[in-house]
Design a protein around this ligand. Structure first.
Ligand code: FNR
Ligand code: LAC
Length: 389
């Protein structure tokens, strides 16, 4: 499809205008059309590639979207303080996380319904992540089962994201299926006992067409188009840490708890068997007014005191955002929406390209900061940006 002509036919006029500004730039052979240079370009392309209701589901947050915006703003409230003459001829981005080496401290967060962005959504995303030396987290609300994804994305390491469902037998069987399919970690999302109030979806009538396969629903008879609210009726609002312990006892895999903002909960996660904590407010999609995830990070890092790795997500769009998260004590970050946009606009090649762009940005940010590897970044590299900046 011709790039800029495609922008002209876009369904979202603002996105079309912004997309035209991307221009042709340096060409990436396997990508047609406007050449994205960064995650923002992918957002513009993704917004025109998807129908408005699905694009709204992806970009949206809860209520007035304060937390959604604050995730981005909070990263900008920090500025970087580089060191010089530090011999940065050889900079490497690879890190070891839970015993496995990945090419950079950046993973793809769990994202529901990736098959609505591109026909082989989850599989393509897993392959792209693996090709770039990192991994993706497969959502409970994926459009393929863990076994199907593993079949299509052989050799691709992945983590499995678990929602604690009302049906405990089904929840346990999801864990078994993920283990059998070769997941290398589980992450239990705990910030969504109910779905947040997403008014974009209410206005647009966003729904998951009945033709879209959602394996976790396969037992449901009389399937119709479903809203995200319908999907969350599967999720148990009742579990406590005891249920986390039960899940930990089901598997040898490391279990991480995703969606923690309070240091007390991070401590509790460690006490109840978690192998890691993911500081997250679900990309601003749950409790609006919740603090930005990077603002919650330092106290959580202090609370767990190196006993387990702390990861963070929300608003990461640049390599310089990654180094800020590292400086605040995160071992790695996850990206959500940018991967959805890249998949929607350019499929597997787009996701791989987005990850390559972010890794290059990270490598450059490390060099310019005076660091040769991610672990060298520390609080000494951060300053509070002047108020109002
Ligand atoms: C999500 N997120 C999410 N989280 C989760 O634990 N299970 C899931 O199925 C989903 N699904 C999902 C769909 C879409 C469209 C979005 C945008 C987000 C939350 C996700 O894992 C992550 O926490 C945020 O997306 C991170 O914020 P950014 O990077 O999108 O700003
Ligand atoms: C979301 C889910 C599915 O945020 O986690 O839409």
């Amino acid at each position: 499809m011709a790039g800029l002509e495609r922008c002209a036919g876009a369904r979202d006029p603002t996105a079309a205008e912004e997309c035209a500004a991307i221009g042709e730039g340096a060409r990436i052979p396997e990508l047609e059309g406007p050449q994205p240079l960064n995650a923002h370009d992918y957002e513009r392309l993704g917004r025109i590639a998807l129908n408005p209701a699905l694009a709204g589901y992806v970009m949206g947050g809860a209520d007035d979207e304060w937390t959604l915006r604050d995730n981005i703003a909070a990263l900008k409230r920090w500025s970087l303080c580089p060191r010089v003459l530090a011999d940065v001829e050889h900079v490497q981005t690879a890190v070891t996380l839970l015993g496995a080496e990945i090419s950079m401290p950046l993973l793809i967060a769990p994202l529901a319904f990736l098959g609505m962005a591109s026909p082989s959504g989850e599989t393509a995303t897993a392959r792209a992540a693996s090709a770039q030396g990192t991994l993706m987290c497969l959502s409970t609300f994926a459009t393929v089962s863990a076994a199907q994804m593993a079949e299509g994305a052989r050799q691709s390491a992945f983590w499995f994201q678990l929602y604690l469902l009302r049906d405990r037998g089904l929840t346990d069987s999801l864990v078994e299926q993920a283990v059998a399919a070769g997941a290398s970690a589980l992450l239990i999302t705990v910030d969504a006992p109910r779905i947040g109030n997403r008014e974009r979806d209410l206005r647009s009538g966003f729904s998951i067409p009945k033709e879209t396969s959602i394996p976790v629903l396969e037992d449901f008879s009389g399937r119709r188009d479903l809203s995200a609210v319908d999907m969350f009726k599967l999720v148990d609002p009742g579990p406590t840490w005891a249920r986390v312990e039960e899940i930990c006892a089901l598997t040898e895999l490391p279990v991480l708890i995703k969606g923690v903002l309070a240091p007390q909960d991070a401590k509790a996660a460690c006490e109840h068997g978690a192998a890691g904590v993911i500081v997250s407010n679900h990309g601003g999609r749950q409790l609006d007014g919740a603090c930005a995830s990077v603002d919650a990070l330092p106290e959580i890092v202090e609370a767990v005191d190196t006993s387990v790795p702390v990861l963070v997500d929300g608003g990461v769009r640049r390599g310089s955002d990654v180094v800020k998260a590292l400086a605040l004590g995160a071992e790695a970050v996850l990206i959500g929406r940018p991967a959805f946009w890249a998949l929607a606009s350019r499929g597997e090649a787009g996701v791989a390209h987005l990850l390559a762009l972010l890794r290059n940005e990270l490598e450059l940010a490390l060099a310019l900061l005076g660091c040769t590897r991610p672990r060298e970044v520390g609080l000494e590299h951060l300053r509070r940006a002047p108020v109002g900046s």
